[in-house]
Design a protein around this ligand. Structure first.
Ligand code: IMP
Length: 424
């Protein structure tokens, strides 16, 4: 059984928790897109660790973790994560495989991200400044890219870096009057990163196909969410990868037909960080209440997340493009205490009713929400493990989400712990 878990909103849906639960039945967990802009927390013997690049299955022994070609790898960051786990007696040699064809996020990508955001001022995207956009741009542009395998060939690497840094220095000086960066330091750290990562670097596409051929169970883990997808999200307020499950095939070389189940993760409400349209946003007391109750602050940047009602127009769209079979609805407990709750079931744009989410920011900025209002509940849900034991209003809320998205809700989260999960 191979499954793929992706977010159906603007990221931070809690995919890590779902992946962690499913990883128990998997042999291999694969990250296929994004980079150190993602973040999830793992707990090892009461110690909390924020991981940005290592797949969620990494703390379970016996699971092989793959960072596939579609990821942009911050080599320093992944080494730090590997070393942190080593201190906890989790040795990843032989268990972590990094694609030789993944692209490397260099320090100059992070600098470029920062310089560009600063220059954009109020029009900035609100990126995580992890160098994601500039690295993917160099990948697509081809001429100035560094792949993981380049870290293993010092002479060729030096040649490439000389060319790239000369180009970047001209660009940074011309556009941003920035000080030149020094090739020597970057080259030295690349050599060091290459040495440390060598035991992990391999052809992950070959590995994945032989794992599938031999009947291993593979779990594909998306980063961010479908609405941040570069092609199908709310451009330009998106990340630079195919963050929906559509990115799975190109991001790891395994066709989608090998996936038996696509699971879409949503929160019982909606959040987003950074700029961009957010039709159901509650920039008011309601949003503030959700933020505090749900601890809606970014794992990677610590930024407060924007909060709003559940947007079924957006989630249905993500479910459609993502071939989603079932939904995991998390943070239902966060909604306890509201007298009534709203679910957006359509938009009104320029006087017309719209039910198919337009992945066009200009239209979305003009969208007015048509809401279905349902009764809330005041009970604490955090100890409930059985669907039938939920208050009737909470059951009704889940059913309304199912109807509005035309997908069954099979997993319900009622708290951060693994045991605070209801299966149906
Ligand atoms: P970038 O991926 O750093 O370029 O950021 C582009 C947009 O995606 C910004 O709005 C970020 O806030 C958002 N973003 C990137 N990664 C995440 C994530 O893991 N969760 C939520 N939003 C994210």
């Amino acid at each position: 059984m191979n499954s793929c878990v992706t977010g159906l909103q603007w990221g931070d849906e809690g995919k890590g928790k779902v992946v962690d639960v499913l990883a128990e039945q998997s042999d291999v967990v694969v990250r296929y897109a994004g980079g150190a802009n993602a973040g999830h927390t793992v707990v090892i013997e009461d110690n909390k660790f924020s991981l940005h690049l290592l797949p969620s299955g990494v703390v379970r022994s016996g699971i092989t973790c793959v960072i596939a070609n579609g990821v942009v790898l911050d080599a320093g960051e992944v080494i730090e994560e590997i070393e942190k786990l080593k201190k906890e007696n989790i040795d990843l040699v032989g268990r972590l495989l990094i694609s030789e064809n993944a692209h490397v996020v260099m320090d100059y990508h992070k600098l470029e991200d920062q310089l560009r955001e600063n220059a954009l001022g109020k029009n900035k995207i609100g990126t995580t400044i992890r160098g994601i956009g500039p690295c993917y741009a160099d990948k697509i542009g081809r001429s100035y890219a560094i792949r993981v395998s380049d870290l293993l060939y010092p002479d060729k690497l030096k040649e490439k870096l000389d060319k790239i840094i000369a180009y970047k220095n001209k660009m940074f000086a011309g556009l941003y009057s920035a000080e030149p960066i020094d090739t020597g330091k970057i080259y030295q750290s690349c050599l060091e990163h290459g040495k440390k990562l060598k035991p992990f670097i391999t052809d992950t596409t070959e590995f994945l196909h032989s794992a599938i051929d031999s009947g291993k169970s593979v779990l594909f883990e998306g980063a961010q969410g479908a609405l941040l997808d570069i092609d199908h999200g709310t451009f330009p307020f998106v990340t630079s990868s195919n963050a929906s499950s559509l990115g799975m095939s190109s991001g790891c070389g395994v066709p989608a037909r090998y996936v038996d189940k696509f699971i879409g993760v949503v929160k019982a409400y909606t959040t987003r960080v950074g700029g961009g349209p957010f039709p159901t946003e509650q920039d008011n007391e309601i949003g503030q209440r959700i933020r505090e109750r749900g601890n809606e602050y970014g794992t990677t940047t610590g930024r407060p997340r924007r909060c709003g009602w559940f947007d079924a127009v957006a989630a249905s769209y993500s479910a459609r493009i993502g071939s989603i079979d079932e939904i995991a609805l998390l943070h239902l407990d966060t909604l306890s205490g509201f007298e009534e709750l709203k679910i957006c079931t359509a938009y009104e744009i320029d006087g017309k009713r719209v039910e198919f989410f337009p992945a066009n920011s200009e239209k979305l900025f003009r969208a007015k929400c048509v809401y279905k209002t349902v009764e809330g509940w005041s009970d604490d849900l955090t100890n409930i493990t059985n669907f039938e034991d939920l208050p009737k209003q909470a059951k009704n809320y889940v059913k309304t989400v199912e109807q509005a998205t035309s997908r069954p809700v099979k997993i319900i989260g009622v708290g951060p712990g693994r045991e605070q999960t209801i299966y149906r």
